[in-house]
Design a protein around this ligand. Structure first.
Ligand code: NDP
Length: 295
């Protein structure tokens, strides 16, 4: 795909695995790409493919109307852009920050950008760097709608789906962290399950088909849970939290009998038992949401 607009030059700051993938996709789309990274040499392959390697972040941002920043976190992002020379070079241009961090830090960056006359969009990438430039990439964006519309065509050359979530700059990070909350607690559960299975003589590959089966139960539960959480009604008709807590206890017991740390499951069981203690034992497990975040 080739994009030919007055905005068809783009700068990428940060050339970790994700920054390199972003810059590579922009190059594939035929854009004029300028790159910069704190550690020199990471731009070698991109420059060989036609990117311009800038000597400094201020020179890099001055080369394009649009700069995409993608580094490890906002401490790194601040170290790069929140300096007088870079802020001056960014003035009147747009910064799209695809660095992951908290919603509060995204809003703070938005306020800083606005005070310096810089157009600012925040974003989150929900898929691995290998998906960039393919239909499987998932990008979330937040910030001023008009600014998003202005740069959308260039951003879409990164492939996949792009969703603008609203004018609140913190929204992309809010979605990102909520989704990664699901991902990392699930991965912690999976790592623990593998340890427990191994201790009982079951290999990870023997468990795998059934592990995939149990994860397939989750998507419909997410849909039902979303309706219940928004309504504040947590039906326990099919699986009351008393039953869930009992199942969790078996996992804790079996793990600890084998000397396996069960602290993640102990934490989940503890939440369930608190809900039961408050008199909601007949409700479903998602009643825990109310305990964590009382309305
Ligand atoms: P990292 O998260 O490891 O970030 C590496 C980049 O951060 C490098 O450019 C590195 O520069 C830079 N950096 C780190 N500290 C500083 C600093 N103090 N000052 C300046 N630059 C610094 O790698 P990724 O590229 O994978 O990730 C970038 C962002 O993308 C992260 O926020 C990550 O969460 C997000 N993301 C990544 C995914 C992936 O698959 N990799 C998937 C989805 C999101 P240097 O080379 O000089 O060390």
């Amino acid at each position: 795909m080739s994009v030919s607009t007055p905005q068809s030059a783009v700068t990428v700051l940060g050339l970790g695995p994700m920054g390199r993938a972003l810059a590579g996709a922009f190059l594939d789309a035929g854009l004029a790409v300028t790159v910069w990274n704190r550690t020199r040499g990471r731009d070698r392959e991109l420059v060989a493919r036609g990117a311009s390697g800038a000597p400094s972040p201020e020179a890099a941002v001055a080369a394009s109307p649009l700069t995409v920043l993608c580094v490890v976190d906002y401490d790194a992002a601040h170290a790069i852009v929140r300096r007088d020379a870079v802020a001056a070079a960014l003035k009147g241009r747009t910064l799209v920050n695809l660095t992951a961090d908290t919603p509060a830090r995204a809003r703070d960056m938005g306020a800083w950008a606005s005070a310096h006359g810089i157009g600012y969009l925040d974003g989150a990438i929900m898929t691995p760097s290998t998906t960039i430039g393919t239909p499987n990439a998932v990008f979330l964006h937040s910030g001023p709608e008009e600014l998003y519309r202005e740069h959308r065509a260039v951003l879409e050359t990164l492939g996949g789906t792009h969703t603008h979530l609203g004018a609140d700059v913190g929204r992309a990070a809010s979605y990102d962290l909520a989704l990664l909350d699901i991902f990392w607690t699930a991965m912690a559960g999976y790592a623990h399950a593998l340890a427990l299975a191994k201790a009982e003589g079951v290999t990870a590959q023997e468990l795998a088909p059934f592990a995939k089966g149990i994860s397939a139960i989750l998507p419909p539960l997410f849909e039902q849970g979303a309706r219940e959480a928004d309504a504040g009604v947590f039906s326990g008709d099919i699986n009351p939290i008393t039953s869930a807590a009992s199942s969790m206890r078996h996992i804790v017991q079996a793990s600890e009998e084998r000397g396996i740390d069960a602290s993640v499951m102990r934490a989940a069981e503890g939440l369930a038992r608190r809900v039961i203690g408050l008199g909601h034992g007949g409700d479903g497990f998602l009643r825990v949401t109310d305990l964590l975040n009382p309305r």
